[in-house]
Each structure stands twice: as structure tokens, then as C-alpha cells.
Design a protein around this ligand. Structure first.
Ligand SMILES: Cc1cc2nc3c(=O)[nH]c(=O)nc-3n(C[C@H](O)[C@H](O)[C@H](O)COP(=O)(O)OP(=O)(O)OC[C@H]3O[C@@H](n4cnc5c(N)ncnc54)[C@H](O)[C@@H]3O)c2cc1C
Length: 393
């Protein structure tokens, strides 16, 4: 069951809006530049966007996570991608695992936007199979030596720190660990950035690592990196769903407004049954997906597991919003395909979600795993049906 919006949640949403007002009137320049200005993070932090999100804790703060994702993505989808990664993965990891004064100080810096985190799991040879990672941390008498390469790191240009997933030398391929890597450390080099189809204000880069790190660079226990990353990704997936549904809602609102005004054969386009049914279906699909997001959020708040639920939700939301943005672009005709209108931007932006944060195929495999589990009720029912499966006179 979804819970009603509380006054504190409304207040939180208002503070995100106030931060966005303070950031400025128009983020379009960021997409042209291909980078976010780092100053947006302290501005968000000054309004309590990160501290207040984390005040109730990881799972109880999920309604704020959703509010943050919705408000940021309405403002700029690239900012949403970067800031949610900073909050849900980087701060999330530190809030959960930080030990010792150096890591606690970094957490404080991240909550205040002085430190900006990005996440590096994917490598040049692939991203879906984390047990195939090659970046390796070798223990040293005074810490670690980290060698490898991380590719497709979102917000690498504005970040100060990389949270890197790496193998620990001498252990098995699934024995991964998380490392906090300052991006200005010796032996850390940003190799460049990739031009992408959408989300252009959030850069996506590659970083090479051949760097000595102190003992405080290891976050959490060695060998637990895969489990840590899986848990952090659940929160990121919730955020992705909220971002996508925002894009879908905005596309639908604009397409409906257009269909009410555009006159064809002397009548509004919305009078055409094919068009209004297309938009009505979009409305229905978005509504159902939004209710499922609220339910998954409520599950998290109640302290229940939501790994499978959020994987399923992301699959369905991606599919839904991809179709909705495409349908809405269609209603706009040629205008929808031009950059004078935001439809083509939403259409391009949402495509990433079927690849990043757990690709469709990987999430589907995760869910398919459940089908192999015995189910006493239906196994027994099938036994009865099979026993009675004889010819009759
Ligand atoms: C804009 C952008 C931003 C990104 N940001 C980040 C970031 O901040 N940090 C980060 O670490 N990564 C990031 N990524 C990388 C993203 O997480 C990976 O692209 C994703 O994990 C998939 O890895 P891959 O691209 O190497 O595809 P591959 O692993 O090569 O997979 C290729 C195809 O094979 C499919 N496939 C893989 N395994 C299976 C299987 N077992 N069964 C069936 N099909 C399978 C995949 O689903 C996919 O369709 C970003 C990518 C982009 C494009």
C-alpha cells in the first residue's frame, strides 16, 4: 500500500525546488558544453537536498529520494543522473560503510557538496558481468596500489572522487571491493569523454588508474564489493524509475496540450479517436507504473526487501516510458523530431535506462531465476491435474 505524502516530504520537495531556483534559469548551456558545473552540487547541498534526504536513513528516506529524482529530472535530466548517482551510490556507500575519521570527513564533504562522487564499475571490455572486472587493488604495506581503467563513468568531469569497484589481488573473481579514489591523486588520469545520444549535460568519461592509495581508501570489507554494489544499485534503480516517469509525464502533458490545439480538418487533433486513445493508453500505463513505484518505495520504507521488485519495476517502467515518449513525439509530428521542442530530448534520454543501472537482459535473468523455485501450491495442483489427466468415455 502506498502511504500519503507527509508535510515533511512536501517541505523536502520545496527545498529541492528552491535549490533549483537558486541554480539558475536555464540549464540548456550545460548540454551544449557537455558538462555540469561543479558549483551545482554545493548549491543543492546548501538547501539541504543531500543531508535531508539521508536524515531518516537509506530506506526510510526513499520518498525523499523519489522527490529529489522527480524534481531534478524535471529541471534537467543530466543533472538528475549526476546528482542521484552522487546521492544514492556515493553518499549511500559512505553512509553505510564509512569507518574512521577520513571516511567520515569525506561523507561530510559529500553531504555538503564539497566532494562530488561518481561510480566506476564498467570497464572498456564490458559492464554487465562484474565478476569479469580487471581493475585490481594490490595490498601494500602502507595501503593499496590500484591499477585499471573505468569507462562510461557518469559525471566524471564534475566529480572529485571515484567510487571504484575492483578485484583484490590474489582473491577470486567475485571477491570485489570498493575503493574511494580522489580524482586528483597521482596516477589517476581522465582519458576523455564520450559523445552520447541523450543526457548530454552529464558527461560520461573514461579514467585510467595506476595509483597508490592509503589504507582509508578501502570502503567496507574486501570481498564484499559485489554485495555492496548490488544493494546500492537498488536505490539507483528506484531513482531511475522516478526520473523516467517524470520524463513520461512531461511528454504526455505536452502532447495532450498540443493535441488540444493542433487543428486538422477543422477540428482539434485530440478529436481523432486514434490520437486520444494513444494518449489515454499512455496515461493509463504511466499511472499504473507510478503506483508501482510508490508501492516499491513503501516496501523499502517498511524495511522489506525490494531487490526483485525494483528490478521488475525498472524493466516495466523502461518499456512503458520508452513507448510513451515515442507515442508523444508521434503526436507532435515533425515538430516533435526537432530540437525546438523537448520531445526528441526525452525520447533520447530515456533510452539509456535499458542499458545502465542493470541492462534489461541482466534484470530479466535475475527475475527469471525465481521461476526455478519450487512452488508448493502450484506444484501440488499440477500433481492433481496430471493424475486426473486420463481419457474419459
Ligand atoms: C550514458 C552512460 C552512462 C553510464 N554511466 C555509468 C556509470 O556511471 N558507472 C558505471 O560503472 N557504468 C556506467 N555506464 C555503463 C553501463 O552500466 C553499462 O553500459 C552496462 O552495465 C552494460 O554494460 P556494457 O555496455 O559493457 O554491455 P555488455 O556487458 O557488453 O552487454 C551487451 C549486451 O549484452 C547483454 N547481456 C549481457 N549479459 C547478458 C546475459 N547474461 N544474458 C543476456 N544478455 C546479456 C546486455 O544486456 C547488453 O544488451 C554508463 C553507460 C552509459 C551509456
Amino acid at each position: 500500500m502506498s502511504s500519503p505524502v507527509t508535510a515533511t516530504e512536501r517541505k523536502y520537495r520545496d527545498s529541492v525546488r528552491a535549490a533549483l531556483t537558486a541554480i539558475g534559469p536555464d540549464p540548456r548551456d550545460w548540454a551544449v558544453a557537455g558538462h555540469l558545473p561543479r558549483e551545482v552540487f554545493p548549491t543543492l547541498a546548501e538547501h539541504g537536498v543531500f543531508r535531508d534526504r539521508w536524515l531518516p536513513g537509506a530506506a526510510p528516506g526513499v520518498p525523499r529520494l523519489i522527490a529529489m529524482a522527480e524534481e531534478l529530472s524535471e529541471f534537467d535530466s543530466g543533472l538528475a543522473l549526476a546528482a542521484m548517482g552522487h546521492s544514492e551510490v556515493f553518499i549511500g556507500a559512505l553512509r553505510w560503510l564509512a569507518a574512521g575519521s577520513t571516511q567520515q570527513a569525506l561523507l561530510d564533504d559529500a553531504l555538503d557538496g564539497r566532494a562530488v562522487g561518481c561510480f566506476g564499475a564498467t570497464e572498456p571490455h564490458g559492464g554487465s558481468d562484474l565478476s569479469g572486472l580487471r581493475t585490481t587493488a594490490t595490498p601494500q604495506p602502507d595501503g593499496w596500489h590500484l591499477v585499471g581503467r573505468k569507462r562510461y563513468v557518469s559525471n566524471l568531469g564534475a566529480a572529485t572522487h571515484l567510487l571504484a569497484v575492483a578485484r583484490v589481488a590474489g582473491s577470486g573473481p567475485r571477491d570485489l571491493a570498493l575503493f574511494l579514489v580522489p580524482l586528483d591523486a597521482p596516477g589517476v588520469r581522465i582519458e576523455g569523454f564520450f559523445a552520447t545520444a541523450g543526457l548530454r549535460s552529464c558527461d560520461v568519461g573514461e579514467v585510467s588508474l595506476d595509483t597508490p592509495l592509503g589504507p582509508q581508501a578501502l570502503l567496507g570489507a574486501p570481498g564484499m564489493g559485489l554485495a555492496y554494489a548490488s544493494r546500492l544499485l537498488q536505490f539507483e534503480r528506484l531513482s531511475i524509475c522516478a526520473q523516467l516517469l517524470t520524463a513520461g509525464r512531461m511528454a504526455l502533458g505536452l502532447a495532450a496540450a498540443y493535441a488540444r490545439r493542433r487543428m486538422i480538418e477543422g477540428k482539434p487533433l485530440l478529436d481523432k479517436q486514434a490520437v486520444r486513445h494513444r494518449l489515454a493508453h499512455a496515461h493509463a500505463r504511466l499511472g499504473v507504473a507510478a503506483a508501482a513505484l510508490r508501492d516499491t518505495g513503501a516496501r523499502a520504507v517498511a524495511g522489506e526487501g525490494f531487490a526483485h521488485e525494483v528490478a521488475a519495476l525498472k524493466l516495466v517502467v523502461c518499456d512503458t516510458v520508452e513507448r510513451v515518449t515515442d507515442d508523444c513525439l508521434q503526436v507532435f509530428g515533425a515538430r516533435g523530431y526537432t530540437t525546438n521542442f523537448p520531445l526528441e530530448g526525452w525520447w533520447r534520454d530515456v533510452r539509456l535506462a535499458r542499458i545502465g543501472g542493470g541492462a534489461d537482459e541482466v534484470l530479466t535473468e535475475l527475475l527469471a531465476g525465481r521461476l526455478f523455485r519450487a512452488d508448493p501450491r502450484f506444484d501440488a495442483e499440477l500433481d492433481l491435474l496430471t493424475a486426473a489427466d486420463t481419457p474419459r468415455l
